[in-house]
Design a protein around this ligand. Structure first.
Ligand SMILES: Cc1ncc(COP(=O)(O)O)c(C=O)c1O
Length: 357
């Protein structure tokens, strides 16, 4: 069997061990005689699966008891509206604009109330993270995107927002390095990068923020309803939750978030070191704010970029095409990408540079 190195921004690579376990358990989950896909979400077997996933996530992220963990649907994009629907009770929120996904979150929030963009890196094409801003004392919350998947930047320090709850879209860097959950009022993340397959979205919410939803919020959009029903108000994405549990087990066995952080930093360093010395490839992102998950890079010619992407794919390095809004290339090197994948990619880039000078 030939597996490629898949640099897709999401859905992205999953650990081979997880896929193998899932394939072994596909038709008969632990003696039940059925697949997890065929199982009632109200069965005790599925209850054990969702509890296991939640317990592992709590352990790996150090999520305290005063936070609820939800497994929802609708992707991170649905959170762009669930967050204001549930938290914008005073009609005002602060947003920091660091890229396309922040802009999408802002556009949704504007449907609910007054959005104050307290800082933006739009002036330099989102190649940095703004560090100076003032939080409005009467804001219901402050929203940030901790890692910008398309632009390849990330917050190196989590801002201190005082008494105003901090809400974070952590879709593309959750579990990549340790974070202090207590700094946040709410964290959300689509699973399809570091957690599992598409279909499930994780929400971690401080319990005192529940019940602040605006009047008329549809039932399915209310965090308090999902918390009360332990993510089983309706049929949840059962198979994606099971797969997420397997990914979390894999990460736990590896040594948890500190262990994966070390591996992630090593991978990023290998790639950035080469980009810094290369005469052909470069990254537009300011050094201080470089993401360790998504690495955008380019040559000086779109034709050469296209040739590189094509030849890379032929050599087993796939999905390196940059997002259509920025062009060039992007290597997404999430948790499941092994160090060898990045090393081999850099060897290939060096060879390409030599041959195309
Ligand atoms: C940072 C970030 N936020 C939001 C999204 C949108 O997620 P979804 O497609 O799950 O709605 C993505 C998807 O790539 C993302 O990277």
């Amino acid at each position: 069997m030939r597996r490629v190195y898949n640099f897709s921004a999401g859905p992205s690579m999953l650990p081979l061990k997880v896929l193998e376990t899932a394939s072994r358990e596909m038709c008969n989950w632990r003696g039940t005689g059925m697949s997890v896909m065929e199982m009632s979400h109200r069965s005790k077997e599925f209850e054990s699966i969702i509890e296991h996933a939640e317990n592992l996530l709590r352990k790996l992220m150090g999520i305290p008891e005063n936070y609820a963990v939800l497994f929802l649907q609708g992707g991170a994009s649905t959170q762009f509206s669930m967050v204001p629907a549930n938290l914008m009770s005073g009609g005002k929120a602060d947003y920091i604009n660091t890229g396309s996904f922040s802009e999408k979150a802002i556009a949704e929030a504007e449907l609910f109330g007054s959005v104050n963009i307290i800082a933006s890196s739009r002036d330099r094409n989102f190649t940095y993270i703004p560090e100076s801003f003032e939080i409005s004392p009467d804001a219901d919350y402050v929203h940030i995107t901790t890692n910008n998947t398309i632009e390849g930047t990330c917050f190196k320090e989590i801002p201190d927002t005082g008494n105003v709850p901090l809400v974070a879209d952590m879709s593309s860097n959750i579990l990549s390095e340790p974070v202090d959950v207590t700094k946040f009022g709410l964290i959300y993340a689509g699973a399809q990068k570091n957690l599992g397959p598409a279909g499930v979205t994780i929400v971690i919410i401080r319990k005192d923020l529940l019940g602040r939803h605006r009047e008329g919020t549809p039932t399915m959009m209310r965090y308090d309803v999902h918390v009360k029903n332990k993510s089983l108000y309706n049929t949840p994405p059962t198979y994606s939750i099971y797969m997420t549990g397997l990914v979390l087990e894999w990460l736990d066995e590896l040594g948890g978030v500190r262990a994966i952080e070390k591996i992630n930093r090593e991978k990023a360093q290998i790639l950035y070191d080469y980009l810094d010395e290369s005469e052909m490839f470069f990254t537009p992102v300011e050094k201080k704010y470089r993401s360790i998950m998504n690495v955008p890079f380019k040559t000086s010619s779109p034709q050469l970029d296209a040739k590189f992407i094509e030849e890379a794919a032929k050599n087993g390095f796939v999905a390196l095409k940059g997002h259509r809004s920025v062009g060039g290339m992007r290597a997404s090197i999430y948790n499941a990408m092994p160090v060898e994948g990045v090393r081999e990619l850099v060897d290939f880039m060096k060879k390409f540079e030599m041959e195309n000078r």
